[in-house]
Design a protein around this ligand. Structure first.
Ligand code: AMP
Length: 115
């Protein structure tokens, strides 16, 4: 299987990596939608949130732990700043890369609901 984010995790495709752990890798989105836009991915291949099972519990916990670290290092943690965590699933959500990823988006006020 040729998966872009598996290749980034494996170091075969360059990325601006900002954080790693034993189960997750975080790197800057190539087309940022905000001053902070980082993708956090599991090292193992999971297609999207619609395919998660209980077996993925530790990977999912690692994604959220990494996201928290990314936000803290970017200085956007805490109630006065804050950030948005997004997981797109499928075509209507414009999910373009079929490897589970958590978008960490922040650094500016954001509208809700999204368009
Ligand atoms: P999604 O639309 O939720 O599947 O998000 C995929 C994201 O991956 C998009 O925001 C893209 O800009 C981003 N992306 C695609 N290729 C790369 C890459 N080589 N390095 C970093 N981010 C990428």
């Amino acid at each position: 299987m040729d998966c872009l984010f598996c290749r980034i995790v494996g170091g075969d495709v360059p990325a601006d990596v900002v954080h790693t752990s034993d189960r997750a890798v975080a790197f800057r989105d190539i087309a940022p939608q905000a001053p902070v836009h980082v993708l956090v991915v599991p090292r193992c291949h999971i297609t999207n949130a619609g395919t998660l099972t209980e077996d993925h519990a530790e990977d999912l916990a690692a994604l959220f732990a990494a996201a928290r670290r990314v936000a803290a290092e970017a200085g956007i943690d805490g109630d006065e700043r804050g950030y948005r965590l997004v997981m797109n699933v499928g075509a209507d959500a414009q999910n373009s890369v079929p490897h589970l990823h958590l978008h960490v988006i922040g650094g500016r006020p954001m509208a809700w609901p999204p368009g």
